[in-house]
Design a protein around this ligand. Sequence first.
Ligand code: KIV
Ligand code: NA
Length: 276
Amino acid sequence: RPKVTLATLRKLYKRGEPITVMTAHDFPTGTLVDKAGIDMTLVGDSLAMVALGHTSTSEITIDEMLHHCRAVARGTRSSFLVADMAFGTYETSPDQAVTNAVRMMKEGKVEAVKLEGGKEMAPTIARLTQVGIPVLGHIGLTPQRQASLGGYKVQGKTVAKAKAMIEDAIALQQAGCYAIVLEAVPEPVARHITDILTIPTIGIGAGAGCSGQVLVQQDMLGLYGQVPRFCKTYRSLADDIVGALREFSADVKSRAFPAEEHCYPMPQEELKRFMT
Ligand code: KIV
Ligand code: NA
């Protein structure tokens, strides 16, 4: 499969073909996403929760993100690779954002960065895109701000909030984002934003009107606790894995494993001498 670039994503958007995005946080999960032919791989800071067991995404550091980005990059051949900027590494100033986004690209080996926020982030996004760093926006439910949002809740449910979100989306497009993630947004609001923009929207809990869809891999594979309403569980792998681990345990206790086919024999001649 040829390398997916910003031009490829643009082409998909222009011809109305939905863009597929999936998270990955290490070499195997990145390899699987790439093999499946997903258009864009996201090293989401959701890995703070699904891979590291934190209770929120804002606890992860840039160095931890870089460690995971490099692992995913090693397994990524054709997917377009983007990663979240960690909470606290881009909010202070456009300079801070450029410094850290450059680290994400040079040390993390990603092709673009994602950051959360609306029009208040527009000057920062403009600086990043002006110096050649592609930016994926993220509005609606922004998990890094869950404390100030009062939890993980649907955003833009009132006309006033929906209008503010539309303004945010337009500001991010003007600042140069190549696409915008819409998370936990009512379907009609996400559809309207998608209709008025000239860049793709990537929905998660934002309905079928978006230009593409993203899910967290651990969620859709049933590998991480309870999933939100918007997530479709394509497999329940945790049950399979626990089942396999239980079988291994029972096999070892009953001495059913290892069997002869799992053991290395010794050449007959050597064995005879060894036994005498
Ligand atoms: O961190 C993440 O996985 C994300 C996606 C859910 C968009 O930001
Ligand atoms: Na994220």
